[in-house]
Design a protein around this ligand. Structure first.
Ligand code: S3P
Length: 426
């Protein structure tokens, strides 16, 4: 599907809420499948990625029903998944593939697992290597670096491991394997990444301690079912935050957004750029922090985004680049080489597609440099089947002269199924 976005000359004024957090929705289905008892998940993200997680766990013998945004999971307990009779398909979802690999490494059966064309190009050695140190037996394509994977379940050993990439998916895969290990696993994380796995495992009765940069995982006897409420996804809210910042005289309030500190780099960076943005009504929900975000049209200025903040805003870099295009001066994004192995090579796709709209944006080895304030005009652009690229282009098009045609625009269904209806309602 292609989509035409016209520039909005009107100010955006609205109170809105965004769909559930993708990372937390995946984990809610996975961990409640491994817990004893029945879990109700409220606010679940009805996006293609999270539906892939449901489909995989159904094939592993878990009973899962889904109506509106409520999911019911009848958990099997840690050791009662059953061997799937067919290959598991994660679609476009790296989180499903990498976290499941950790779980499946410790089962008493063999699983074959694959995904779409993009997934089959994304690095899997980053999970296979540490899991193999625990005794996992995983065979991948191209010398064990790529999916499809064959995972022969084994008894796993505990280990001490220092992360070599800043990746919550890799950390989570090791933590999930450690639930089945023969002792305490200690993971050292030089740069902190999102900690939803730590929070939700503890919420369901596991024993995970974070001490400084170390995460200490003691295998629990079992996990126990408990109702899970998923907050709105800050990664989805980010698109509307930037829309309000760049469309004249706008004022939006986005309610019920997850504001876990490991995810709020976008707020820190935008405030640094001069955004009129407040986080209000902060409260705790199932171990996670949730708040409302109020944002007004602002005069933005360029900044440098680098170092430890990168994992806290890694998924928001495409839309942050849009904010930078409307800022005064230059924005430099560094240390973001992880963007090259996302759903698309997001350094190249952001640079190439926004140049078509007239942006002054250049690629560097580990990020990009954007000089703001250039006149942007509508053009034909391509999503590269990457949901966050499609949405960033659409938001930019709202504040651009003329019409923008986004090719393959329906990939937004991965994380934000009604995205274009939201835009039209603004
Ligand atoms: C995610 C972790 C991040 C993020 C992805 C979701 C997660 O990936 O980009 O969208 O749910 O753990 P990496 O772990 O590869 O950085």
């Amino acid at each position: 599907m292609d989509k035409i976005i016209k520039s909005k000359n009107k100010k955006l004024k609205q109170v809105l809420s965004v769909p559930g957090d993708k990372s937390i929705s995946h984990r809610a289905v996975m961990f409640s499948s491994l817990a004893y008892g029945e879990t109700e998940i409220e606010g679940f993200l009805n996006g293609d990625d999270c539906l892939s997680t449901i489909s995989c766990f159904k094939k592993l013998g878990v009973t899962i029903t889904f109506q509106n945004d409520k999911v019911k999971v009848i958990g099997k307990g840690l050791r009662r998944l059953s061997a799937p009779s067919e290959i598991l398909d994660v679609g476009n979802s790296g989180t499903t593939l990498r976290l499941l690999t950790g779980i499946l490494s410790a089962q008493n059966f063999t699983t074959n697992i694959t995904g779409d064309a993009s997934i089959q190009k994304r690095p899997m050695d980053r999970v296979i290597k540490p899991l193999s140190q625990m005794g996992a037996d995983i065979i991948g394509k191209d010398g064990g670096t790529l999916a499809p994977l064959t995972i022969h379940g084994k008894n796993l050993k505990a280990m001490d491991y220092t992360m070599t990439v800043s990746s919550a998916q890799v950390k989570s895969a090791i933590m999930l394997a450690s639930l089945y290990a023969d002792g305490e696993t200690v993971i050292e994380e030089p740069v902190a990444t999102r900690n939803h796995t730590e929070i939700m495992l503890n919420y369901l009765g596991a024993n995970v301690k974070t001490v400084g940069k170390k995460i200490i995982c003691t295998p629990p006897e079992e996990l126990f079912a408990k109702k899970i409420i998923v907050p709105g996804d800050i990664s989805s809210a980010a698109f509307f935050i930037v829309a309000a910042l760049i469309c004249k005289d706008s004022h939006l309030i986005i309610t019920n957004v997850g504001v876990n500190i490991t995810r709020t780099g976008i707020i820190t960076a935008l405030k640094e750029m001069g955004a009129d943005l407040s986080v209000i009504n902060r409260r705790e929900l199932c171990g996670e922090f949730v708040a409302d975000i109020e944002v007004k049209y602002s005069h933005l200025k360029g900044t440098v985004i680098e170092g430890a903040i990168i994992p806290r805003l890694i998924d928001e870099i495409p839309i942050l680049a849009v904010a930078a295009m409307f800022a005064e001066g230059t924005t430099v994004i560094k240390n973001a080489e992880e963007l090259k192995v996302k759903e698309s090579n997001r350094i190249k796709t952001v640079v190439n597609e926004f140049q078509k709209l007239g942006a002054d944006i250049v690629e560097t080895d580990d990020g990009m440099i954007i000089t703001g304030g250039k006149m942007l005009y509508g053009a034909e652009v391509e999503s590269h089947h990457d949901h966050r690229i499609a949405m960033a282009l659409a938001i930019c098009a709202l504040a651009t002269n003329g019409e923008t045609l986004i090719k393959n625009a329906d990939c937004v269904d991965i994380s934000f199924p009604k995205f274009y209806e939201y835009i039209e309602s603004l």
